[in-house]
Design a protein around this ligand. Structure first.
Ligand code: KIV
Length: 270
């Protein structure tokens, strides 16, 4: 079936898919043309990630990305997409206080066309998540490896391997859901822990480097198209290797996520 003949994706669509045990796909996009390809391939969620700092702007980390940067790319993506739910990252330090979070999240929705915003952090963000969601701003909370904290973490590494860290992540997931979070995203988390958190959560859980047990998967578009600057992360896969065009690669990715073929054991952490 042509993806465009289906109704627009909403949070209810994704909750229903979780309940039905149906996997959904998410991909990052930063411009209108790729947003249209991703949308046409039936990918349910498009993420305007602050990864744009690295893959579009050529920076070392996501930290320099500003609200204006994200707004620019979000507007471009919103013009290209027709059916997908549009998730937009809140940049580093754009949500340090509830007031600032509210002001910036409102801009991402009003000026950027976001349907849901994503922010990094655990239970410490519960007040901000409550503040946003009680005012009608849907939130996805990003746990596990949080790239905006790369200097605090001492590098990009798997999170939650030690028993104490795993327990903190379980508690964070519960606290964020209780505060009103509409989705969780787990990055670089051992597959068993991610599956456990997914099972315990009523809200959909998107994984990246978090194994096949999550409700959905996300990848950075450029990684799955094989145009990563430097080394492609272990958890990603170059779908251009077996497909003749970006359109075919994106469709193959969506298909592989939905039928559980991606991620395979070589893309997961223990
Ligand atoms: O910014 C981004 O692209 C992300 C994904 C890595 C999940 O947050």
């Amino acid at each position: 079936m042509n993806a465009q003949s289906l109704p627009p994706v909403t949070l209810n669509t994704l909750r229903d898919m979780k309940r039905a045990g149906e996997k959904f796909a998410c991909l990052t996009a930063y411009d209108a043309s790729f947003a249209r390809l991703i949308d046409d391939a039936g990918v349910e969620v498009i993420l305007v990630g602050d990864s744009l700092g690295m893959v579009v702007q050529g920076r070392e980390t996501t930290l320099p990305v500003t609200v204006e940067d994200i707004l620019y790319h979000s507007r471009c993506v919103a013009r290209g997409s027709r059916r997908a739910l549009l998730m937009v990252d809140m940049p580093f330090m754009s949500y340090a206080t509830p007031e600032q979070a509210l002001r910036n999240a409102a801009r991402l929705m009003q000026e950027g066309g976001a349907h849901i915003v994503k922010l990094e952090g655990g239970a410490v963000q519960a007040d901000i998540v409550r503040q946003l969601t009680e005012r009608g701003i849907p939130v996805c909370a990003h746990l596990g490896l949080q790239p905006q904290s790369v200097h605090k973490l001492g590098g990009y590494r798997v999170q939650g391997r030690e028993a104490s860290a795993a327990q903190v992540m379980r508690d964070d997931a519960r606290a964020l859901q209780a505060a009103g979070a509409d989705m969780l995203l787990l990055e670089c988390v051992p597959a068993v822990l991610a599956a456990e958190i997914t099972l315990a959560s009523e809200i959909p859980v998107i994984g990246i480097g978090a194994g096949p047990g999550c409700d959905a998967q996300v990848l950075v578009l450029y990684d799955m198209l094989g145009i990563t600057l430097g080394k492609r992360p272990k958890f990603s896969r170059n779908f251009m290797q077996d497909n003749p065009t970006p359109q075919a690669a994106i469709a193959a990715y969506a298909h592989a996520v939905k039928n559980g073929a991606f991620p395979a054991p070589e893309h997961t952490f223990s």
